[in-house]
Ligand binder design. Structure first.
Ligand SMILES: Cc1ncc(C[n+]2csc(CCOP(=O)(O)OP(=O)(O)O)c2C)c(N)n1
Ligand SMILES: [Mg+2]
Length: 592
């Protein structure tokens, strides 16, 4: 046994649980924890410029690789409240992050002490556990339980609030014999999987919907194997995008109101059976539940028992970790295939491929100002398969999901449910910290970019290189489009004549100067033919300077992006592709 401060014990546990990187910023009430990190060593700390930024960096870090747990640290009071958005976004997207806050001394908690806020109560609905630790000797157990909870069942965040005197108190703690607690993950039974496969076999036009749970369970390889064994096409959700490569013959397209493909929705409407795995029937995926479910039988596999039936009652539900379920699905499906007992899905899968080969949106524009579709076409061309995209919300994110391509899990890192503006810069820094060898490409609209752009300085200071494609329409574009329903264009304009930058023609903020002022490199593009050279140049600058590189594309002010309120009624505002030349980087099906 060894005597140490409770803060030191916590630092040792972080390391034993596999933590190597933390994101945060100190303040008086968390200084003992920082002292423990300094004296004990072994944790690489990235100093954020805003505490919310630290929380999104932690999310990006977690999302980058299986098993990662991002840690964000702040002091008492406003630091904790600043991280609430990160906890919300993490819980919404089933992302384990550990948020550690400092707190006033235990005896002062009820005295309205300086920066003493009941952060555990504030964080409670957004976390799997939010606790102010009042007894120093409970610190090791609280951290041990935190990791157990974050990894068990549906993954999610935890907040541990540490009063300053609790951090400083000395306790007995044996680092050497510390063991992480076993992780609880429910597993489907063979009988359950047999029943689901019987239901699938009885259908004529089945689909698999593959959600973010498949990525969390690191089971994309099994998902693809299962699809191949059964011949059943796959619809990934936005959170599950990458579980099957876009160019796989069984990739049927994404479904939904916004981040969807025309062929994905058309195929969903043709189907008569859906097996959902690790998905949550998000409303922007389903649209109206009646349209989505009518004429279809549903099986829903989810790790969290109370997710079954939350949005609509499936015909059959299975509580299981996606990996555990898919192991059995593969095994039973391959057995049945070997015995010649699986229905032939060739004709149905070919129909899906035909839709995939014809229902494309046009991207090949050469207008000035640039149309956004052209940006995504050129990103496909330049970044190819080896890239990791990070995005959050807005017309930019929606259209990117419609037009970009993803081939691997964790290649599309998106704040799916919460969509907090400002997430992109810090999340990209988290992804790039976790995977320094990757080409990380973030995508923001101008407003999302402006929300947390001070975090660019973190990338410059700590040499966290990534490329940030900034599509500037000088508008809160998504809200401008949604205000069409109100026949207004009200409080959504970001344009103004910048007295220091007449060359940007009324687009307001000079992002290039701002990015350069924060220590980054930046390029601005006005002409479509300059996009590809700018992206290529950005790749070089990245290697040369090891700092974030911003590529700002000045867009046309108004582009209405395909969307609607029902999956059978999506409005196409822009031109559709009439031939391959209209969408040269689209992934067409190989029908030979
Ligand atoms: C914190 C927060 N406030 C408000 C919103 C609502 N919102 C969603 S998109 C958007 C505008 C985004 O503008 P921009 O980033 O420029 O992207 P664009 O739609 O123009 O591509 C707003 C205000 C939000 N998602 N998050
Ligand atoms: Mg905008």
């Amino acid at each position: 046994m060894a005597r140490m401060t409770a803060a030191q014990a916590a630092v040792e546990i972080l390391k034993r649980e596999g933590v190597t990187n933390v994101f945060g910023l100190p303040g008086a009430a968390i200084n003992p924890f920082y002292a423990a990190m300094r004296s004990n060593g072994g944790l690489h700390h990235t100093l954020a410029r805003h505490v919310e930024g630290a929380s999104h960096m932690a999310e990006g870090y977690t999302r980058a690789a299986p098993g990662n747990i991002g840690v964000c640290i702040g002091t008492s009071g406003p630091a904790g409240t600043d991280m609430i958005t990160g906890l919300y976004s993490a819980s919404a997207d089933s992302t384990p992050i550990l948020c550690i806050t400092g707190q006033a001394p235990v005896a002062k908690l009820h005295k309205e002490d300086f920066q003493a806020v009941d952060i555990a109560s504030i964080a409670a609905p957004l976390t799997k556990m939010a606790v102010t630790v009042l007894e120093p000797a409970q610190v090791p157990g609280t951290f041990q339980k935190a990791f157990h909870l974050m990894r068990s069942g549906r993954p999610g965040p935890v907040l541990i609030d540490l009063p300053i005197d609790v951090q400083q108190a000395e306790i007995e703690f044996d680092v050497e014999t510390y063991e992480p607690l076993p992780v609880y993950r429910p597993a489907a039974t063979r009988a359950q999987v047999e029943k689901a496969l019987d239901m699938m076999a009885a259908a004529e036009r089945p689909l698999i919907v593959s959600g973010g749970g498949v990525i969390n369970a690191d089971a994309a390889d099994l998902l693809v194997r299962f699809a191949e064994a059964t011949g059943v096409p796959v619809v990934p959700t936005l959170m599950g995008w990458g579980t099957i490569p876009d160019d796989h013959r069984l990739f049927a397209g994404m479904v939904g109101l916004q981040t969807s493909h025309r062929y994905g929705n058309a195929t969903m409407l043709e189907s008569d059976f859906v097996l959902g795995i690790g998905n949550r029937w998000a409303n922007r995926h389903t649209g109206g539940v009646a349209t989505y479910t009518e004429g279809r039988t549903f099986v829903h596999v989810d790790i969290e028992p109370t997710q079954i039936g939350r949005v609509f009652a499936p015909d059959y539900g299975i509580v299981s970790d996606a990996r555990a379920a898919l192991e059995l699905f593969v095994q039973v499906a391959e057995e049945r295939a070997g015995a010649g007992q699986l229905p032939d899905r060739t004709a149905w899968a070919r129909g899906c491929q035909e839709r995939k080969s014809s229902l494309w949106r046009k991207t090949n524009f050469d207008d000035v100002p640039i149309k956004p579709q052209r940006v995504y076409q050129d990103m496909n061309q330049v970044f190819g398969r080896d890239v990791r995209y990070v995005s959050t919300i807005g017309l930019s994110q929606i259209q990117a999901a419609q037009l970009l391509h993803v081939y691997r899990p964790r290649q599309w890192v998106n704040a799916g449910q919460a969509g907090p503006l400002g997430w992109t810069v810090p999340a990209a820094l988290g992804v790039a910290t976790a995977d320094p060898d990757a080409t990380v490409v973030a995508l923001s609209g101008d407003y999302d970019f402006q929300f947390m752009l001070e975090e660019l300085a973190v990338g410059a200071q700590f040499n966290i290189p990534y490329i940030h494609v900034l599509v500037n329409n000088a508008y809160l574009g998504l809200i401008r489009q949604s205000q069409r329903a109100f026949e207004m264009d009200y409080c959504v304009q970001l344009s103004f004549d910048n007295v220091n930058a007449p060359e940007i023609g009324g687009y307001g903020v000079d992002h290039v100067k701002v990015a350069e002022g924060l220590g980054c490199k930046a390029i601005r593009v006005f002409e479509p033919d300059d996009i590809v050279p700018a992206l290529e140049q950005a790749k070089k600058l990245l290697v040369e300077h090891r700092v974030p590189v911003v590529v700002e594309v000045i867009l046309e002010r108004v582009t209405n992006v395909s969307m609607g309120l029902e999956i059978d009624n999506i409005t196409e505002f822009e031109a559709l592709a009439e031939s391959g030349a209209d969408a040269p980087t689209a992934v067409y099906a190989n029908l030979d």
